[in-house]
Design a protein around this ligand. Structure first.
Ligand code: FES
Length: 165
């Protein structure tokens, strides 16, 4: 994992406080990594040595956990996070076609962010909206029964909002 940008000083201070808060907690590795990503929106690789030292683990162990879970972002996400549910119910209802449509229309692979940093595309595994599969989440809002045309319309609205901001 290598950072493509440097975390801001405030973010480093926040991460440092989280590391201290988790230092003596049993089984703190995953909760700490999630807490840092929850606060910063991503998990800067430059924090690995500090986390390893605080938890009494090797850098390789921390890095191994980060590498194992693709949910840990290696760079800050775009201003809008577009997540397509790829879990069972949504797959059965066409999320693979939706994912293909999203990749094509956004020009992004999963886990990529657009060059203008407006959008990040990610998979997600069940949004708790299985009855309305296939589902996606855009930022904090879940959209059910999504199809490629509705997806494109949603993205146009997002981009229109960006242009008007
Ligand atoms: S499987 Fe997609 S919302 Fe549950």
């Amino acid at each position: 994992m290598s950072d493509t940008v440097d975390p801001a000083g405030d973010d480093l201070a926040d991460a440092g406080a989280l590391i201290e808060a988790h230092r003596s907690m049993p089984g703190a590795m995953l909760p700490l990594l999630h807490a840092i990503q929850g606060r910063l929106g991503w998990m800067p690789a430059r924090l690995v040595p500090e986390i390893a030292e605080a938890l009494g683990r090797s850098r390789a162990e921390v890095q191994g956990v980060l590498d194992f879970y693709p949910d840990f972002r290696r760079a800050p996400p775009g201003r809008h996070l577009v997540q397509i549910c790829m879990a069972e119910s949504c797959r059965a209802m066409g999320s693979e076609a939706l994912e293909a449509q999203a990749r094509a229309s956004l020009g992004l692979d999963l886990h990529e962010t657009s060059a203008d940093r407006a959008l990040t595309l990610e998979p997600v595994y069940c949004l708790g909206n299985c009855a309305c599969s296939p589902a996606i989440r855009v930022d904090d809002e879940i959209h059910g029964r999504m199809d490629p045309a509705a997806f494109d319309a949603l993205i146009r609205t997002l981009r229109g909002g960006e242009a008007g901001a």
